[in-house]
Design a protein around this ligand. Structure first.
Ligand code: SAH
Length: 218
């Protein structure tokens, strides 16, 4: 009974999150809003943090890493223009939340994580929540998942120094890639890249505050 009441409460908070932190702050993509209305973000954080799961904050998930702020997940998901059936590569599984949102949008998600316990937790969690369309891989460096390439979309949820060539090679024709990069003078910006044949278009789509991308191999 207490459990049921808690779950109704979380649903209420989740709806409020979509209304007040996403829609009211300019997220218009209905597919993203629907998906984030369905994914139980509180199940992606430890129990002690569940009461804060629908506030608009990044939260610690251990090992110095964070689950991104809901607004950031919404912004990334809508900038990525994901359509059902698309193959999407994510670098930085973390809690698995962003991957679950993309799966709810109908994408086939391939997500790579370098920290073993985070990878295991995400695997367990996504299976328990029946997100069978998400495939996870434990790998260091920014090698992506060449065996599954090309991808329609690539998103990097950790901020690097420069665009990893290995990832660009895995982006399909007309593909979009979203990644935060360090900029001269400090700070990060989010960039959206589009492949058109051999040409790559690069667009600055706003400021970013992601945990660092670890580029070296284990
Ligand atoms: N998308 C996540 C949040 C990501 S936090 C979520 O929804 O919860 C960034 C993650 O990227 C961290 O878990 C970090 O360990 C991972 N990471 C950093 N560098 C990486 C790399 N080179 N390859 C794979 N994962 C990496």
């Amino acid at each position: 009974m207490a459990r049921e009441a808690a779950s109704v409460d979380q649903k209420f908070r989740r709806r409020a999150m979509v209304r007040e932190q996403l829609r009211a702050k300019g997220i218009e993509d209905e597919a993203v809003l629907d998906a984030m209305g369905r994914v139980k973000r509180h199940e992606f954080v430890q129990e002690a943090l569940q009461a804060q799961a629908y506030s608009d904050n990044a939260l610690p998930i251990g090992y110095g890493q964070t689950i991104s702020q809901p607004f950031v997940v919404a912004k990334m998901s809508s900038l990525l223009r994901v359509e059902p059936g698309m193959r999407v590569l994510e670098i930085g599984t973390g809690s698995g939340y962003q991957a679950a949102v993309l799966a709810e949008m109908g994408a086939e998600v391939f997500s790579v994580e370098r920290i073993k316990p985070l990878y295991h937790d995400a695997l367990k969690r996504l299976n328990a929540m029946r997100y069978f369309g998400v495939k996870l891989r434990l790998a260091a460096g920014v090698l992506g998942w060449p065996e599954e390439a090309p991808f329609d979309r690539i998103l990097v949820t950790a901020g690097g120094e420069e665009l990893p060539r290995s990832l660009l090679d895995q982006l399909g024709e007309e593909g979009l890639m979203l990644l935060p990069l360090k900029v001269p003078g400090g700070g990060q910006r989010l960039f959206r890249l589009q492949r058109r044949g051999d040409r790559i278009g690069k667009q600055d789509v706003g400021e970013a505050h992601f945990v660092p991308l670890v580029e070296e191999q284990a």
